[in-house]
Design a protein around this ligand. Structure first.
Ligand SMILES: *[C@@H]1O[C@H](CO)[C@@H](O)[C@H](O)[C@H]1NC(C)=O
Ligand SMILES: *[C@@H]1O[C@H](CO)[C@@H](O)[C@H](O)[C@H]1NC(C)=O
Length: 338
């Protein structure tokens, strides 16, 4: 009988101190997550945010260049800040104290934003852009979309050499960043109802050029049926040839040479060179490369080009293609120094 008081007290707190009120959710089989609250941009509605929830084990050490592995359960996870960004040169150059022994590759987290834990709201799963080598979740704050009664999920995934370079072998399978996103979608099916999300109403929403990973999810035979139900793509298309890496082995060979390894002729030698290089050297060596999906990757996520696969999609639902206004103005960013 004491619960109405507690509820009204926490509601008051939520109204008075939107950014400080703590909220928690128990995820069956995984653990408790503690989040906080914020308010929407236009009408000031309070929403809950659970940020930086790890969905996969750190893709470092033995897991580096391997298919993502589900995160081990925890007892309580403080999900009150965004998780670490996935290794990318531009951001890492800005970060202080990079060599402090933290696991910089432990970046496979996702963020959940919701206004109601007890509802069955449609879910938006937002896949960020950045040409498959840049980008992170905090660049896409929820204040606008949360005006609607939805649950927003924003995952991070491996980028650049770590996420998208590969030789189609067990050592460097290829398309690992894409597999990260698939694992995050699976997490949504398992856990989103605890956040008031309807797992049978998931819209994948993506943005930008090579990063039409949503269209690739539609195309992949490894995407489970009913893991999402609609797709909105912006400024990109899965049938565009830029999404495909035309010469993945040649790319790994260039990275091998940029790493100044002496043996870069045989595939096994290139792999050994890249897999054993350190994080910073890999970031620098891979910086001038363009990334794309690898057709014929080791795990069979993209066995043929997305254009060839799209007709046999496991996903049966509407898609909408559009363009982000002023997307091309990203070019201006290169003309100015920030
Ligand atoms: C709340 O949202 C505002 C606007 O997006 C942002 O600047 C601020 O950092 C957020 N605060 C927290 C605690 O998330
Ligand atoms: C998903 O949610 C939207 C918005 O509430 C609704 O219009 C639509 O009918 C729902 N779709 C399904 C399959 O439940």
């Amino acid at each position: 009988m004491g619960s109405p008081i507690i509820i009204s007290l926490s509601l008051c707190l939520a109204l008075i101190l939107p950014s400080f009120a703590k909220v928690s959710v128990q995820l069956p089989g995984l653990g408790k997550v503690i989040g906080n609250t914020n308010t929407t941009l236009r009408t000031g509605k309070t929403f809950m945010q659970f940020r930086g929830i790890p969905y996969a084990q750190a893709p470092s050490g033995r897991n580096q260049f391997k298919a993502p592995v589900k995160r081990q359960p925890w007892s309580t996870f403080q999900a009150t800040e965004y998780g670490r960004v996935c290794p990318q040169l531009k951001e890492f150059n800005r970060l202080p104290n990079l060599m402090t022994g933290e696991d910089r590759e432990d970046c496979l987290s996702l963020n959940v934003f919701t206004k109601n834990l007890n509802a069955k709201q449609p879910v938006i799963f937002y896949v960020h852009g950045g040409s498959l080598k840049d980008g992170f979740a905090s660049q896409y704050p929820p204040g606008y979309l949360l005006e609607q009664d939805i649950v927003l999920v924003v995952p991070q995934y491996r980028l650049g050499v770590f996420g998208f370079a590969g030789t189609k072998s067990y050592k460097m399978p290829g398309n690992l960043g894409f597999m990260d996103i698939m694992l995050a979608l699976e997490w949504v099916q398992q856990h989103i109802s605890a956040f008031g999300g309807d797992k049978s109403n998931v819209t994948v929403f993506d943005e930008s050029s090579r990063g039409d990973l949503g269209g690739a999810l539609l195309a992949s035979p490894k995407t489970p049926a009913s893991s999402f139900h609609r797709l909105i793509t912006q400024s990109g298309s899965a049938v565009d040839t830029v999404l495909v890496n035309e010469d993945p082995i040649g790319q790994v060979q260039r990275v091998c040479r940029a790493l100044r390894c002496t043996q870069c002729e045989r595939i096994e030698d290139m792999e050994t060179c890249v897999v054993n290089a350190d994080l910073w050297n890999i970031l620098r060596a891979g910086d001038s490369e363009n990334y794309g999906l690898i057709v014929g990757d080791f795990y069979g996520t993209i066995p043929q080009t997305p254009a060839q696969l799209i007709g046999t999609s496991n996903i049966d639902g509407p898609t909408r293609t559009s363009f982000t206004k002023h997307d091309g103005s990203v070019v201006e960013a290169y003309l100015y120094k920030f």
